[in-house]
Ligand binder design. Structure first.
Ligand code: ATP
Ligand code: MG
Ligand code: FE
Length: 338
């Protein structure tokens, strides 16, 4: 099947066309810069930007894929979680395309999309795997079976901040640019990861995470250091603490579940140090590591098309024409409830 995927859950308007697990073409437009002066995503600005970018992105994706509307077999759209007004613009567009072209419509969970992004690069997932989702709003360890058919089992989740959220908040504390993740990573490049001994919360204590204490420790350090604050050292030490906890717990989860493949996805999976440490520890533990290329880690439309493609192949029933945005949809299945 050839599937058109639409993603508008946050500040990225993403469109992708996928067929048989292969990415044919994609387009992306971001309103990130419009939010920079507010220090975070403003829902109304994001929604208006989606409205302006959606049709041009769909056109560009078609052009790059070298296919036309008549070759599309299904439309997939992120129905949650995300910002309500932002989700609604994508859902409205997806419904319009599905109706106009008489195609089945699939409401897709955004986080299942993050996982499926990896299949575009590395092929189908094995029958069982553990996924570490590290994004702006989520940090979870999941036990996966067949993504299109089986329910997702949560092994652990963050009890407070998400890993990406911690990067974004620490960037603000350090006076770095928005968005915070890439800025902290860049500053960390010239820093000493052993300079400050930041806490590693909940190590050896189950599969849950906590990052708010780490963020507070950075805030205390910044206040104490005053004018002598060494931004690169703090950034590198913070990044090391996050990567250390994430990779240790992910490896533990795989060994505990008797699973030999770890998949790391979501925006924070673009982080170089995290990728490096994960590779090192998976090698030591005899695990196969899969991480999508950085461009498929952050939000995009191809990952939603990838889920749609899997759902069609599995014979999953389409969503109803009344599909609505579900801003806090829990991840239990790849296809969201109607
Ligand atoms: P969610 O997927 O939970 O709904 P989201 O869609 O906003 O949230 P993503 O697009 O998956 O999140 O990821 C964005 C997050 O990734 C931001 O918090 C950003 O700071 C972080 N991020 C992006 N690149 C990097 C990097 N190189 N290092 C660390 N963090 C990064
Ligand atoms: Mg984003
Ligand atoms: Fe995301």
């Amino acid at each position: 099947a050839v599937v058109l995927g639409i993603e508008t859950s946050c500040d990225e308007t993403g469109v992708g066309i996928v067929s048989g697990g292969r990415l044919l073409g994609a387009a992306l437009s971001s309103s990130m810069e419009e939010h920079a002066r507010f220090g975070g995503v403003v829902p109304e600005i994001a929604a208006r930007a989606h409205l302006e970018s959606l049709v041009p992105c769909v056109r560009a994706a078609f052009e790059r894929a070298g296919v036309g509307p008549s070759e599309i077999d299904a439309v997939a759209v992120t129905s949650g979680p995300g910002l309500a007004t932002a989700l609604q613009t994508g859902i409205a567009a997806a419904k319009a395309y599905a109706l106009a072209w008489d195609l089945p419509l699939y409401g897709v969970h955004h986080l299942a999309g993050h996982v499926a992004a990896d299949t575009l690069e590395h092929g189908p997932l094995p029958p069982r795997s553990v996924a570490l989702i590290v994004s702006g709003g989520h940090t979870s360890l999941l036990l996966l079976g067949d993504l299109a058919r089986d329910p997702v089992v949560h092994l652990g989740d963050t009890r407070d901040d998400a890993a990406g959220e911690a990067f974004d908040k620490v960037a603000r504390l350090l006076g770095l640019a928005y968005p915070g993740g890439p800025a902290v990573a860049e500053a960390a490049h010239d820093g000493d990861p052993g300079a400050v001994a930041f806490p590693r919360a909940m190590l050896g204590d189950g599969h849950d995470f906590s990052f708010s204490g780490l963020k507070s420790a950075v805030a205390r350090h910044v206040a104490r250091a005053g004018d002598s604050l060494a931004v690169p050292d703090v950034a590198a030490s913070f990044q090391e603490a996050v990567a250390d906890v994430l990779t240790r717990k992910a490896v533990e989860a795989c060994l505990g579940a008797g699973v030999d493949t770890l998949v790391i996805v979501g925006g924070v999976a673009a982080n170089r140090r995290l990728r490096e440490l994960a590779a090192e520890r998976c090698r030591a533990a005899g695990l196969t590591l899969r991480i999508p290329p950085p461009g498929l880690c952050t939000d995009n439309g191809a990952m939603i098309a990838a889920v749609g493609d899997l759902l069609v192949a599995a014979g999953a029933p389409p969503s109803s024409r009344h599909l609505a945005a579900d801003p806090s949809a829990p991840l239990s299945r790849a296809r969201t409830r109607d």
